[in-house]
Ligand binder design. Structure first.
Ligand SMILES: [Zn+2]
Ligand SMILES: [Zn+2]
Length: 443
């Protein structure tokens, strides 16, 4: 059925015998006298349900593919084959399903006889695929797992499990740094699919996203041996569904007749996009060319901007102020001990400092920053913005930077048109209109 199968049958047999032995994987790793020896089948103990015998390429080992033969390695159960092809593509093949389940999408050579491709497991934790053209003095990196820990270690290996998962494993940390199943990738010419019961796992194995038989696509967090759902497409009871990572960057759940769910992130022109599941449990659609994030499943809610201080001294809406009616476009948060307290980002986004110059504390008639005194805006990825006014101090070094929800951005003050220390907090919708923050946040 598969031409690689017969060729290495003897190697697999002897390795399978080894797998039943008691040799520790680390002992085998250090034993690699020859290049081929670096790939060993060992019985590896893993503490989770993925425990399997694995193929191991140890830190600082490399494998070559050149000329007329491709390098191949098998999972211990022989179902999955990893091939470094003579054209420079690293490819994982499921022999039972007769299909490619993952590949590096490199394959740079048209004439293999003039190239040598090298797969290197660096001891900083990065797996690198490089190309050395026959007449060139230099090697070129053509793909890598971006999993460098920055430090050298001998306890890192590349493994291929009986479930068809290729991963870079850090033994000391007992953590996977990269996994072929943490992402699916489409090229500009093809869409890629996740069908029923296929799943993505985060590199650290704490999250997995599975295309369920009931038509629901669900991200689970694995805690104490239990799978706790943390996000889903709310499309259960729709059998026969599959999830497509489209070449236009749109992630679509389709059952052959109807679109059950979509990320609505279609872009043109067509390009290669990646769907990945991170260690934070978030699914992301990433444009391959510049690694830009197009969509993220972790939709945050707004949170209270002054932790521990929940008193509202003036609400949203019309009020009598400075001897006239005016519309108060946000809420004022104030109490006797709020002066100088941390103000935090209500939601992740990009910080834009608006005004840093106002020396008028309690400057009832001061017009600095349009009356807001020292103030900032945070622009959120969904088009909404939040405003934080009358600040005493601002973390000006964060101007133009991405801040995460809960990050401190300044302290409560009384700059601008203000009668005492308070935070004036506003939420504006994607159309730029102010809305009542109390519809979104609570102390
Ligand atoms: Zn002022
Ligand atoms: Zn106010």
């Amino acid at each position: 059925m598969n031409r690689f199968m017969k060729k290495t049958a003897a190697a697999v047999m002897s390795a399978a015998m080894l797998a039943t032995g008691t040799a520790a994987p680390d002992a085998l790793m250090n034993r690699n006298a020859s290049l081929f020896d670096a790939f060993s089948i060992t019985a590896s103990a893993r503490s989770d349900k993925y425990t399997e015998d694995t193929l191991v390429l140890a830190a600082n080992a490399s494998a070559y593919s050149s000329g007329s033969s491709a390098q191949t390695w098998y999972s211990p159960n022989r179902r999955y084959v990893l091939t470094l092809t003579i054209l420079g593509n690293l490819r994982l093949y499921d022999t039972a399903a007769s299909r490619v389940i993952w590949q590096s999408n490199t394959g740079v050579a048209t004439n293999y006889s003039t190239h040598t491709f090298r797969l290197t497991m660096q001891n900083d934790g990065k797996l690198v695929l490089s190309d050395t053209p026959r007449l060139s003095p230099k090697s070129y990196e053509i793909w890598d797992t971006k999993s460098s820990t920055g430090a050298g270690s001998n306890s890192i290996s590349l493994r291929l499990s009986n479930e068809g998962e290729l991963y870079v494993y850090h033994h000391d940390r007992r953590q996977s740094l990269w996994s072929s199943r943490s992402q699916i990738e489409c090229t500009a010419a093809d869409n890629s699919y996740l069908r029923s019961s296929q799943c993505l796992t985060s590199p650290d194995f704490n999250y997995r996203a599975i295309m369920q038989c009931d038509g629901n696509f669900v991200v689970y967090n694995r805690k104490d041996g239990k799978d706790i759902p943390v996000w889903d497409t709310k499309s259960a009871d729709q059998g026969g569904a599959f999830l497509a990572m489209q070449q236009d960057g749109n992630l679509v759940l389709y059952n052959g007749k109807t679109v059950l769910w979509a990320s609505n992130t279609s872009k043109k022109p067509y390009e290669a996009y990646i769907l990945s599941l991170g260690n934070d449990g978030a699914l992301r659609v990433i444009r391959k060319s510049n690694q830009a994030e197009v969509w993220n499943s972790k939709v945050e809610k707004f949170t209270w901007p002054v932790p521990g201080h929940g008193t509202i001294s003036s609400g949203y809406g019309e009020r009598w102020f400075n001897n006239q009616y005016q519309f108060h476009t946000g809420i004022d948060i104030s109490d006797g001990s709020i002066a100088g307290q941390p103000v935090v980002a209500s939601k992740s986004g990009v910080l834009r400092v608006q005004n840093t110059v106002c020396s008028h504390d309690n400057g009832t008639l001061c017009s600095c920053g349009g009356g807001y005194g020292k103030w900032v805006i945070i622009e959120h990825s969904d088009g909404t913005t939040t405003r934080y006014a009358h600040l005493r101090t601002i973390k000006t070094n964060l101007n133009g930077q991405r801040v995460n929800q809960g990050d401190q951005i300044g302290t409560v003050g009384s700059t601008g048109q203000s009668t005492g220390p308070h935070l004036h907090f506003e939420i504006r919708n994607a159309q730029g209109n102010h809305v009542n923050p109390l519809n979104y946040v609570h102390a």
